[in-house]
Structure formats: structure tokens, C-alpha cells
Write a protein that binds this ligand. Structure first.
Ligand code: NAD
Length: 480
């Protein structure tokens, strides 16, 4: 069986413990590869390699680092089919989505930051004719990047690309649930000639490998994407060590639909924003609020659309809804559907696990599920489910919908559907989230700040924000 290996000091290595864990294909429910069960000894080796590589890598000109990163992105293009298939088998998402969404975006991440660094500049503040201040931005040193399972290579590269571009060396940990594409990425880095030790990838469990990265004294900054609870634990450890922290955490995003919206456009996008990637995207809109005059029309049309969504083998090109990433997550989603029933919700469509015929009969599949009749403040409407489950709630006016939309502990993203732009802007000002989409969803420009408020996170990724996060500023004042 294929063994995934750590990438440390430019080499692919077994973990020091020689222990491996099972890695599952969620579409079949069976083990198809093995993942290193690394521990603090592997992290130590990775930090040592990164420390040693730092002087050289940080002294490269931006242009020289850029050339290597662009080469990595070109090799990713060359291996796009292999990367896409690996992502689908490991994560459960439909293959077309890996090919057209996830992997192309991972390639863009590397290219975007690999070229942005050539345009990155710092400021000067002249004090009349008697002095000048200029600010230099230097890399931080060795940094840690920890990513989740829902968009594995996409979110992994979203962190390591700005870290590497700015001259840091990285110790990275992908999710233990979806390690394969990061392993293939390590092979690509070797092929591209990335100097050894600049990027190190240590596979394994969060409480073992992740926590060793967070608590290591030589790791000066942590960029983390994952659950809010894990983020709180990371902050608890890293804050007293005065590490720089970027935390991208959970969400429970509202999708606000006014009766004057462009109905067809809204309907098609709402299908996507509800169930793309089995609803396992932190930006999915899981609470759908519909202005009352449109409620019944929307409900009927939405259910009809969802009936047409083909669920099953992620390798089948017609499949729209693939497998749920892991058995524990599958059980968690089903338990939330039960909770919704106990809380008085009515399942309008879906609600069950599915056993597709053929090779996926033992995989983890859940029907796209639409629920109505719940209060806005019940647990189903307040807690993150992170699966193919949405709720419908009618509203009568702006004040009411804003109150319900803003009622959760989260504040990542919001979608607003209306042809009344004045209202759209008004709602956008009042909504408590880091991102608002008006008449669209998941339309991404990599230059824009990305992140959430409240318990959805601290800090912003994307564009200059990410390059600033991975650098320290020093002001130098010269008396003329
Ligand atoms: P998770 O918090 O369980 O795990 C994320 C990563 O942290 C994994 O690599 C895991 O091994 C590691 N980890 C676990 N415990 C750790 C510890 N004590 N110390 C250090 N690292 C540790 O999250 P998940 O289940 O992989 O991902 C789903 C969550 O991620 C959802 O809440 C989702 O909303 C969130 N998410 C947020 C964004 C965003 O941009 N805000 C994007 C994607 C996913």
C-alpha cells in the first residue's frame, strides 16, 4: 500500500517512530494509503532544517524566489490531472471540481504570491529636510502553517505561498484526514529545485504534530485554518509566547434573499452556495433567509433543483455531490439532522445517508438536506454543521433579518440577493462578517482581504495582507 512520507530537509522521510496510520478513501470507506504518525521528533528535525535553510533563502532577491515559485506552479500545471485525482480520492469531492476549482486555485495561489513579491514595497516618511524614516520589511524566520481537510491543497498553498515568497522557511502540517495532495506537492517542490529545508511538511495528528509546531520556541508565527475550538487552543499556547497569529476559523454564514432579486440567478447560485463540495466549504451559506412574499416560490423551486443533483461516485463526471470526508464527520452531520428534527424542524428533502450502488456502496454519502420550521436561535441554526445541510427561514423586514443573520458567534461571510443596490449596501454595512457577496457567491479576487470577525477568526489573509503578516517591520530614522 502506498506510504505517504514527510518532506524534511529536501528529502521524503518516514517518521522517526516508523509508525503509520490508515488513510481512507471516503467514497469507498476503505483504507487506500498510509500516513506518517509523526511526533515532536519529526517537528524538531523539520525546525532544524528550516533554521539552517533560512539564512540562504531569506537572502535571495524577491526575483530569485519568484522564479522558483513560478517553476513550482508550472509543474503543478503539468501534474494537474494527478493532483486532481488524488484530491478527489482523498477528500471525496467530485473530480470535475478538483480539476476546475480546487487544483487550479492552488496553482494560482503559488503563482499569485510568487509574482506579487516582485511588486511588494515598503514606505518612507521624510521629515522635511532634516530627517527621513524608511521602513524595511523582513521575513519573520521559521513559521508554522496548519491547514484543514475541506480544500486541502487550496488552503495549504494559500498559507505557504505568502510565507515562502516573503523569505520565511516553513514547517507545515496538512490535515491528517487529507494528506495526499500535500505529499504530491512535496515531490513537485523537489522537482522544481526548491532549496532543501525551505519548506518542510510533517504529517500526523493535530494534538501531536500540530501542537508541537505551535509550541516550538523557534517557530515565530502561526497561520492556522480550521475549527474555532482548535483555534482557541492554538491561541492559548501561542499568545503567551508572543507569536504572530493568523486564525481562519469556522462559520455559519447567512444567505439573505429579498423578493426583488433576480430569481434565476439567485436560485442557481444558492444551489452552489449550499451544496458545493458537499457543503464542506467554510463560505457556504447554511442559513437561508427568504423575504416572506418569495418564500413559497423559492422553496418549491429550490427543492426541484436539488432533486436534480446527482449524488454518488466522485470519479463520475455527472456527479454533483460526492462523499463526506470521513466517518466521524459523516456521523456528526447525521447527528445534526437528528437534532434538527428534535428541535421541531421539517425535512423538506434529504436527511438520510445513501449507499450508492457499485464501488461506492460502503462510502460516506449524505443527501443534500433542506430543513424548515426552525427558530433562528436553535442549535441547528447557531452551530457549524459543515455538511450538505441548510435551513430556510422567512423574514418580514431588514431589521429582523439583520438581527437573525448577526445572531451567531460566527462572522465569516454573507450573501445578499436584491436588485435594490441601496439596500444591498445598507445591509452590507450592518452585517457582522468579514466578507459580503452581493448578487454572487465565492467570487474571489486573491488581492482582497480574506477572513472573519467574532469567532470566525483573527487577522486577514490574501493580497498584501498575507505578505504583511509574514513580515516584520523595522523603521529606520536617518538624521540628514
Ligand atoms: P480542525 O481544527 O479539526 O483541524 C485543522 C488542522 O488543525 C488540522 O491539520 C489538524 O490536524 C490541526 N490540529 C488539530 N488540533 C490541533 C492542535 N491542538 N494544535 C495544532 N493543530 C491542531 O479543523 P478541520 O475539521 O480540519 O476543518 C474544518 C474547520 O475548518 C471548520 O470549522 C471550517 O469552518 C474551518 N475552515 C475555515 C476556513 C476559513 O477560511 N475561515 C476555511 C476552511 C475551513
Amino acid at each position: 500500500m502506498q506510504k505517504i512520507l514527510n518532506y524534511i530537509n529536501g528529502e521524503l522521510l518516514e517518521p522517526v517512530s516508523k509508525q503509520f496510520m490508515d488513510n481512507f478513501d471516503p467514497s469507498t470507506g476503505s483504507v487506500y494509503s498510509l500516513i506518517p504518525d509523526s511526533d515532536e521528533r519529526d517537528v524538531e528535525l523539520a525546525v532544524k532544517a528550516a533554521d539552517e535553510a533560512y539564512e540562504n533563502w531569506s537572502s535571495f532577491s524577491p526575483e530569485k524566489r519568484s522564479k522558483i515559485m513560478v517553476r513550482i506552479s508550472e509543474l503543478m500545471e503539468k501534474h494537474i490531472d494527478k493532483l486532481a485525482e488524488a484530491e478527489t480520492v482523498d477528500q471525496g469531492k467530485p473530480l470535475w471540481l478538483s480539476k476546475t476549482g480546487e487544483i487550479p486555485r492552488a496553482i494560482s495561489n503559488i503563482r499569485f504570491f510568487g509574482t506579487a513579491i516582485e511588486h511588494f514595497a515598503s514606505e518612507a516618511h521624510p521629515m522635511g529636510d532634516h530627517a527621513i524614516n524608511y521602513t524595511v520589511r523582513t521575513p519573520i524566520g521559521v513559521v508554522g502553517c496548519i491547514s484543514p481537510w475541506n480544500l486541502p491543497l487550496y488552503l495549504f498553498t494559500w498559507k505557504i505561498a505568502p510565507a515562502l515568497a516573503t523569505g520565511n522557511c516553513v514547517v507545515a502540517k496538512p490535515s491528517e484526514i487529507t494528506p495526499m495532495s500535500a505529499y504530491l506537492f512535496a515531490e513537485i517542490c523537489i522537482e522544481a529545485g526548491l532549496p532543501k529545508g525551505v519548506l518542510n511538511i510533517v504529517h500526523g495528528l493535530g494534538p501531536k504534530v500540530g501542537s508541537s509546531i505551535v509550541s516550538h520556541p523557534n517557530i515565530k508565527a502561526i497561520s492556522f485554518t480550521g475549527g474555532t475550538k482548535t483555534g482557541a487552543e492554538i491561541a492559548r499556547v501561542a499568545a503567551p509566547m508572543f507569536k504572530k497569529l493568523s486564525l481562519e476559523l469556522g462559520g455559519k454564514n447567512p444567505n439573505i434573499i429579498f423578493a426583488d432579486c433576480d430569481f434565476d440567478k439567485m436560485l442557481n447560485e444558492t444551489v452552489r452556495s449550499s451544496f458545493l463540495n458537499q457543503g464542506e466549504i467554510c463560505l457556504c451559506g447554511s442559513r437561508i433567509f427568504i423575504e416572506r412574499p418569495l418564500y413559497e416560490k423559492f422553496k418549491t423551486a429550490f427543492i426541484e433543483k436539488i432533486k436534480q443533483q446527482i449524488l454518488g461516485d466522485p470519479l463520475n463526471e455527472k456527479t454533483k455531490i460526492g462523499a463526506i470526508v470521513s466517518e466521524p464527520h459523516f456521523q456528526k452531520i447525521l447527528s445534526y439532522i437528528e437534532l434538527a428534527k428534535q428541535e421541531g424542524g421539517t425535512i423538506l428533502i434529504g436527511g438520510n445517508n445513501v449507499k450508492p450502488e457499485g464501488r461506492c456502496a460502503n462510502g460516506w454519502f449524505i443527501e443534500p438536506t433542506i430543513i424548515e420550521g426552525l427558530s433562528y436561535d436553535c442549535r441547528t441554526n447557531q452551530e457549524e454543521i459543515f455538511g450538505p445541510v441548510v435551513t430556510l427561514t422567512p423574514f418580514d423586514n431588514e431589521e429582523e433579518v439583520l438581527m437573525m443573520a448577526n445572531s451567531t458567534q460566527y462572522g465569516l461571510a454573507c450573501t445578499v440577493w436584491t436588485e435594490n443596490l441601496t439596500r444591498a449596501h445598507r445591509i452590507s454595512q450592518k452585517i457582522k462578517s468579514g466578507i459580503v457577496w452581493i448578487n454572487c457567491w465565492l467570487l474571489r479576487d486573491l488581492r482582497t482581504p480574506f477572513g472573519g470577525v467574532k469567532q470566525s477568526g483573527v487577522g486577514r489573509e490574501g493580497g498584501w495582507e498575507a505578505l504583511r503578516f509574514f513580515t516584520e517591520q523595522k523603521n529606520i530614522c536617518v538624521k540628514l
